[in-house]
Design a protein around this ligand. Sequence first.
Ligand SMILES: *Cc1c(COP(=O)(O)O)cnc(C)c1O
Length: 356
Amino acid sequence: MTLPRVEIDLGKIRSNTRTLVQRLQRRGITTLGVTKAVCGHSGVANAMLSGGVSGLADARISNVERMRKAGITAPITLIRTPMVSQTENVVRHCEVSYNTEIAVIEQLGVEALKLGRVHSVILMVEMGDLRDGVPPDDLAACAIRVMSIPGVALKGIAANFACLGHIAPDQPKMSALSALAKELEGICGPVTQTVSGGGSVCIPWATQAPSRGRVNELRLGEAILLGLDPMTGGQIEGLRTDAFALKAEVIETKIKQQPLEGFEDRCSFRSILAIGCQDVDPASLHFPPNITLMGATSDHMVVESTTIPLKVGSECHIGMGYDALMRAMSAPDVAKVVLDDRPYHDGAVEKATVLS
Ligand SMILES: *Cc1c(COP(=O)(O)O)cnc(C)c1O
């Protein structure tokens, strides 16, 4: 099989999705499956859908178009504010988009009218992450303005936590979001059908808080794909962390002597894997216990093996964190291979086959 490659176990993704969807459903919260880390891979998207997400979400229209081309008809939300230059495709392919700029929303309205549609808008509110978002003090004025724009409908508000900053979404922060929703409805009427709390960082809050308040949606990527809590890096209870694996081929194994004086006289087996920074983020890889990463360049990854030397031509199995996954899934020279030998009955597109 092609090397290097990412092996994707759709059964584990489906199982993680189902576990999270059910856990949040009990709290009155629906789940969107975020596909940006896998570049809108349609097998993964379909696994999320058969695991029960109520829709998909991605940050890039190119990924959304990939999913539409693959025949995915589920609702898709664009979770990065659209480029004005892409508004036509946003209206064409996404039911909903997250927005922070009136100029963009006006253009979405123009394109929606041309296509004879109504495009739903969610206003992103800045709650301390200092990435995207309308300041809370400007939210009501912004909402009133959006309600006057033909071709768009205001559907709700959303917040973002711990993306750029490291502000964890605690109870006061989430209560503040609920209070904003309530305040906005007092001014504008029922315009907060959706109150979207945030990404995987919100799961501890959502499962432990005494009340979810008005928050009724989370957008989950990392938790579904990797089973990890992005704040702590720890495994989320009940989830699989091995849905993805990276395989790279060993192209050199030699004993390399430390060249510098003053170093202890130490021999070790050094191997080179045919993969590099162009394909994957080396800092976000997890090697088996007998293998240590020594460094990487654009096309070479140097590892040291402490037990037996790695055989030239053999495959090295490597675990991936979020940044490694994201880069590997977007790298043209890394094959994406779907492993799915489970029977399933819910009519999704993937089959019991191996695709690349
Ligand atoms: C990436 C992203 C998410 C998903 O984040 P995870 O940590 O992968 O769950 C949610 N919302 C927005 C706006 C995002 O950009």
